[in-house]
Design a protein around this ligand. Structure first.
Ligand SMILES: NC(=O)c1ccc[n+]([C@@H]2O[C@H](COP(=O)([O-])OP(=O)(O)OC[C@H]3O[C@@H](n4cnc5c(N)ncnc54)[C@H](OP(=O)(O)O)[C@@H]3O)[C@@H](O)[C@H]2O)c1
Ligand SMILES: *[C@@H]1O[C@H](CO)[C@@H](O)[C@H](O)[C@H]1NC(C)=O
Length: 262
């Protein structure tokens, strides 16, 4: 582990596929323990197979009531936990020109998975992380947290909410040992856009850059200790929207905001 990323016991939510699984693969060789979560046990088993430091817990992020017991289990099993990566997420279309088509159950589970569960996780994991000599919380938002698209307004809103939360979490925790990291993926080829998840999306399997290409940049940012890591097309949104936001934040807060990126 590099000096800029000294964390050795890492929990990754939504690690049964896509970005979470790819992060786990990169952490296995350099961590003491990597704990993966998700709903699909067979996937988690397959990803962990052959790695002595790999562990998993089947957990549904939308089951908010399960989070306190989940946290207790993780913290008693892994008392050296020093990094949590809040990555679990889903994307659903939402079209207000056809209000009758709106499935509120889907809207609700998107909110819970992408945002509300993160707040709950923070409540139950921060007391432990704040006692560690050095710890990190990382969130996986999106380029759509900065500039939304019309197809999935609720998804964009959950990511914008997560982004605001992480920014202010960083601000509030600046006097503690906990570092706050945010990764902004562009479109990436994972299961997110596949017909199994979004049957209404045409050619969803062709959306995004290859996962490895995304991971190379995200991993470099993590290992170099960056706090805000925009990748690919997210960099343009970051350079325009976020730089202006940082400037305005510094103005409003009197230059007192710890910014993520140089
Ligand atoms: N791919 C992109 O283009 C893109 C772009 C920007 C941001 N992102 C963000 O990146 C993160 C990872 O997405 P991905 O692209 O890797 O998608 P993915 O391949 O579909 O993986 C999503 C992961 O989240 C887990 N998950 C979903 N609902 C869950 C729940 N209720 N409880 C627990 N785990 C749950 C899934 O596991 P189970 O199904 O086994 O539960 C899976 O491991 C998400 O937050 C996504 O919004 C992705
Ligand atoms: C919403 O549905 C209408 C009617 O089918 C369609 O014309 C429009 O393109 C859709 N909007 C989005 C953003 O998908």
């Amino acid at each position: 582990m590099t000096a800029s990323f000294p964390y050795k016991t890492v929990l990754i939510t939504g690690a049964s596929a896509g970005i979470g699984a790819a992060l786990a693969e990169r952490f296995f060789p350099i961590c003491e323990a990597v704990i993966l979560t998700g709903r699909r046990e067979s996937n988690l088993q397959a990803i962990c197979a052959g790695h002595l430091n790999a562990h998993y817990r089947v957990n549904d992020a939308t089951d908010l009531a399960s989070i306190p017991a989940f946290a207790e289990d993780i913290l008693s099993s892994f008392p050296k936990l020093d990094c949590i990566i809040l990555n679990a997420g889903i994307q659903r279309g939402l079209n207000f020109t056809k209000p009758e088509s709106i499935d509120l159950g889907k809207v609700d589970s998107e909110l819970k998975t992408n945002y509300v569960s993160v707040v709950h996780m923070l409540k139950y994991f921060l007391p432990h992380l704040m006692k560690q000599p050095s710890a990190a919380v990382a969130g996986v938002s999106s380029t759509l947290a900065m500039v939304p698209i019309p197809r999935c307004p609720n998804y964009c809103a959950t990511k914008a909410a997560l982004h605001h939360l992480l920014m202010m979490l960083r601000f509030q925790l600046k006097g503690t040992t906990v570092k706050v990291i945010e990764i902004f993926p562009p479109g990436v080829k994972t299961e997110l856009h596949l017909a199994i998840n979004q049957p209404d999306l045409v050619n969803g399997d062709q959306i995004g850059i290859p996962l490895d290409e995304f991971m190379d940049v995200a991993w470099t940012g993590l290992m170099e200790g960056e706090q805000e890591i925009p990748v690919g097309q997210a960099i343009d949104n970051y350079e325009t929207v976020e730089r202006a936001r940082h400037k305005q934040l510094a103005k409003v807060f009197g230059g007192d905001v710890p910014l993520g990126y140089n």
